[in-house]
Design a protein around this ligand. Structure first.
Ligand code: NAD
Length: 485
């Protein structure tokens, strides 16, 4: 471990048509360590010619890749999974350096990435069609599924490896080719992944990685008539913009957007377990997780007990550089997030909330924010309406399950949701009536490769993972054949 820590941060590059284009060949931007504000490396930006080259390479590669044997596609994904496991510690260190999460969390992300690759390697061999009984015996009716074509995808910085890989696995596994623009803030793992795919024998042009000004790249790629599908993970406003542009050009989309996940703690729940689990879960990636519980509804009879236990547990999440032993919560991705936290806390207090712990940026360098809990938050406060995406928790009480379901469903988001209860009846009511793409009771059971991840309402369209994972990358073709009598 100590030897690995001395490893230099890797050189960064794009990967287009099977060629790596380094930071010395293009204008670009610095990559900053959010724990100390220091520059780690330089990232090249794609020129318009680079984007044209990526589009042309993906188009040419599609003509071969679309007909490739699924066993071969599976073998490549599996080989990369092996490399991810072998090189895990290097990936981990560099994710902690450029994204900020503690090493232990980066290890979970890297292990999850290998799981995703392996699961897609298995599942891509099972992209089946079906046969439909005909009305006359001389006719045979079949439905086949074919890859959609060249895809463009945009992945965010909070899980820089997993969010990008979800899109790579689904596109490549289904026989599509891909131009991916991962997040510029935390690029090291995606450069490493491009190298692994090349080593694993992926033909040039099947996967292309570009960097640049996000809005410029997405606009250029989505308008290209060669790009047939768009996948984005990020905020609701940007997702709506990209989906509208894709819609104007009649392209399919997968949108994994923001959430504002309710967690409902009923008075019959194991309160100590709920408080302990939620403090750890909310602290993951300093709350910068689209599925992070972000509206805490606690039933009246147990509000004080939960509040006391939760505040104690959450306040004890030690913040610091993710590289340091003992750090439980790293920095936010950049200073914009720190400013956002400061303003949502001030707004909640103005709307009558009480600051129970935290609430400020600690002294010193880095984009840190204290684990923060607000009590007695009113539904009119900004934090109850807008996704906080950081380590700030609003607590509010409720009287009945009917009331809390109505309040939980009152925002336009519908991604993840959580509840703690020992009552089967309440669990059933909650899982059935919550407007969310995912509900989990008494634990956190989300985002596994074999389970679908996706939202409803403003939180998105389509699913990643689960057997649904390839759906948005495949077209459905109906074939009806009559034998010549
Ligand atoms: P931001 O909107 O500037 O950026 C968020 C992500 O979207 C970045 O990765 C960025 O590169 C990308 N992006 C932004 N505009 C884009 C465009 N026009 N085309 C393509 N990609 C674009 O905000 P930020 O301050 O960096 O992040 C905070 C917000 O981002 C949060 O409120 C949260 O909603 C959202 N976010 C969501 C997820 C998620 O997993 N759903 C992950 C990261 C960020």
């Amino acid at each position: 471990m100590n030897d690995l820590r001395t490893q230099a941060y890797p050189a960064l590059s794009m990967y287009i048509g099977g060629r790596f284009i380094g930071a010395d060949e293009r204008e670009g931007q610095p990559v900053i360590n959010p724990a100390n504000g220091k520059t780690l490396g330089k990232l090249p930006h794609a020129t318009k010619e680079d984007l044209d080259h990526a589009i042309a390479s993906a188009q040419t590669a599609f003509e071969t890749w679309r007909w490739s044997n699924p066993m071969n596609r599976s073998a490549i994904l599996r080989r990369v999974a092996g490399m991810v496991r072998e090189r895990a510690e290097t990936l981990v260190l560099n994710i902690t350096r450029d994204q900020g999460k503690p090493l232990a969390e980066a290890r979970i992300e890297v292990a999850g990435a290998a799981d995703h690759l392996e699961w897609h390697a298995e599942e891509c061999r099972r992209i089946y069609g079906r046969s439909i009984p005909p009305r006359v015996p001389s006719v045979r009716q079949t439905v086949i599924r074919q890859p959609v074509g060249v895809c463009a995808a945009f992945s965010p910085w909070n899980f820089p490896l997993n969010q990008g890989l979800r899109k790579i696995c689904a596109a490549l596994g289904s026989g599509c080719t891909l131009i991916l623009k991962p997040a510029e803030e935390a690029p090291s793992c995606m450069v490493a992944i491009a190298g692994m795919f090349e080593e694993a024998g992926l033909p040039p042009g099947v996967l292309n990685i570009v960097w640049g000004v996000p809005a410029e790249i997405s606009d250029y790629l989505i308008r290209s008539p060669i790009v047939r599908k768009v996948s984005f993970t990020g905020s609701v406003p940007v997702g709506k913009q990209l989906a509208a542009l894709a819609g104007a050009h009649m392209k399919r989309v997968t949108m994994e957007l923001g959430g504002h996940s309710p967690v409902i703690i009923c008075d019959d729940a194991d309160i100590e377990k709920a408080a302990t689990l939620l403090a750890a879960y909310k602290g993951l990636n300093a709350g910068q997780v689209c599925m992070s519980p972000s509206r805490f509804f606690v039933q009246e009879g147990v509000f004080d007990e939960f509040s006391e236990l939760f505040v104690k547990a959450f306040a004890s999440r030690t913040i610091g550089d993710g590289m340091e032993e003992g750090t439980l919560m790293g920095p936010l991705a950049h200073d914009r997030r720190v400013e956002a936290m400061t303003s949502i806390v001030a707004d909640a207090v103005e709307h009558g909330a009480t600051l129970l712990t935290g609430g400020a940026r600690p002294e010193g360098p880095g984009s840190f924010f204290q684990p923060t809990v607000l009590g007695g938050v009113t539904d009119s406060a900004m934090i109850m309406r807008e996704e906080p995406f950081g380590p700030v928790v609003p607590l509010t009480s409720f009287a009945t399950v009917d009331e809390v379901l109505q309040r939980a469903n009152s925002v336009p988001y519908g991604l993840a949701s959580y509840a703690f209860t020992r009552s089967l009846e309440r669990a059933h009511q909650i899982t059935t009536r919550l407007e969310a793409g995912m509900v989990t009771i008494n634990h956190f059971g989300l985002a596994l490769p074999e389970t679908p991840l996706g939202g409803v309402k403003d939180s998105g369209l389509g699913s990643e993972g689960g057997t649904e994972t390839f759906d948005a990358y495949l077209t459905t073709k109906f074939i009806s054949e009559q034998t010549v009598a």
